[in-house]
Design a binder for this molecule. Structure first.
Ligand SMILES: NC(=O)c1ccc[n+]([C@@H]2O[C@H](COP(=O)([O-])OP(=O)(O)OC[C@H]3O[C@@H](n4cnc5c(N)ncnc54)[C@H](OP(=O)(O)O)[C@@H]3O)[C@@H](O)[C@H]2O)c1
Length: 320
């Protein structure tokens, strides 16, 4: 049976352990709640990343107040917009400059929000913004911070987004789906679900490659279920999806602070790796293991995806 994260964390203290966390997308929503819980547990340094400086600074003040001892937690805001490749790379550099090398224990990736159900307006790199922030920026930050030596020994990189879905005929040359949808700019329910499945497929594919290429670190990808983040807005869901989500939220939804113990358990829970299965990397919001979808299970697909993602962020790729 999956562990009860809140119960397991009740006896956990990170005070004095010199743990360093970076939570990207932590000025609101799930990321903010994860940062709050890490501060409450006495995580030595909690860095939060996002675009909105006012919300970021307000969060820093909250984190300082939540620390169990005044000196237990250093909190800081790092401003970064990861929609464009230039911003992804600048944010990775800013994180490494601030945190130092070989020091980052927990990298948590929560940036963005729901798929939009539309393709445009494209980013300055010519990508669908949903793909750019939800998938490409997570790859860029996880990969660059790994490759450039920012991670501490045994570090965990945890990404919060849907997992286990598959677009079986995904073409890495058309990740934004510009060719597939043709009628660029039109918002539709079908496109919303396709984007959602695409994001899961791409995220799973590169997480699996990171796991294979860098076995010294732990790359975990978990779905949050439905979480009523401050910015959650039913009107952003196209067509009937709005009503499905409304019903789902009433039936199973959690607040960000109710959900936060689950991802934080993965990071800091006592014996979490053993309890969750030492080789499991993909989880539901209830910590049940998720099996990789068909597309991401295929080595050739993953290799093509990895090469394409490297190309997009301007990195030379190496064969696995
Ligand atoms: N909530 C749910 O029910 C649910 C369900 C399934 C999946 N998810 C996924 O879980 C993750 C977190 O969801 P959430 O509900 O917490 O989202 P949210 O409330 O919309 O928060 C998103 C965070 O990402 C940051 N962000 C957005 N665009 C950014 C950019 N271009 N550069 C840097 N930071 C950016 C925002 O900060 P700034 O505005 O300050 O930049 C904010 O801190 C998302 O990836 C979402 O797709 C959520």
């Amino acid at each position: 049976m999956p562990p009860n994260p809140a119960l397991e964390l009740a006896t956990v203290s990170l005070i004095g352990q010199n743990k360093i966390a970076v939570v990207v997308g932590a000025t609101a929503g799930i990321g903010a709640a994860i940062a709050r819980l890490l501060a409450k547990l006495g995580c030595s340094r909690v860095y939060i990343v996002g675009r909105n400086a006012a919300r970021g600074q307000a969060m820093v003040d909250i984190l300082k107040k939540l620390a169990p001892l005044p000196s237990a937690t250093h909190a800081e805001f790092i401003q970064g917009d990861v929609e464009a490749v230039k911003g992804m790379r600048a944010t990775a550099e800013a994180i490494q400059l601030t945190v130092g090398s070989g020091a980052l224990d927990y990298l948590v990736l929560c940036q963005h929000g729901m798929p939009s159900g539309q393709l445009e307006p494209l980013t300055t790199d010519g990508l669908c913004p949903d793909l750019a922030v939800q998938c490409i920026s997570r790859f860029a930050l996880a990969y660059l911070l790994t490759k450039n030596g920012a991670l501490a020994p045994g570090a965990t990189v945890l990404s919060i987004a849907g997992t286990g879905q598959s677009v079986d005929d995904l073409d890495v040359e058309d990740l934004s789906f510009a060719q597939r949808v043709g009628t660029a700019g039109k918002r539709s329910t079908e496109f919303f679900w396709l984007q959602s499945a695409r994001d899961s497929t791409v995220l799973d594919a590169f997480h699996q490659e990171l796991t294979i290429r860098y076995p010294q670190y732990r790359y975990v990808h978990m779905a949050p279920g439905l979480v009523s983040s401050e910015k959650f807005n039913y009107d952003t869901f196209p067509g009937y999806t709005k009503w499905l989500v409304w019903i789902g939220m009433k039936a199973t939804g959690q607040t960000p602070d109710e959900f936060a113990p689950t991802p934080v358990y993965i990071l800091a829970g006592p014996n979490a790796t053993e309890a969750l299965g030492s080789t499991n990397r993909y989880f539901t919001h209830k910590l049940a293991p998720v099996v990789l979808g068909k597309w991401a299970s295929d080595k050739g697909n993953r290799q093509r995806c990895w090469n394409k993602l490297c190309e997009i962020i301007g990195e030379t790729y190496e064969e696995a």
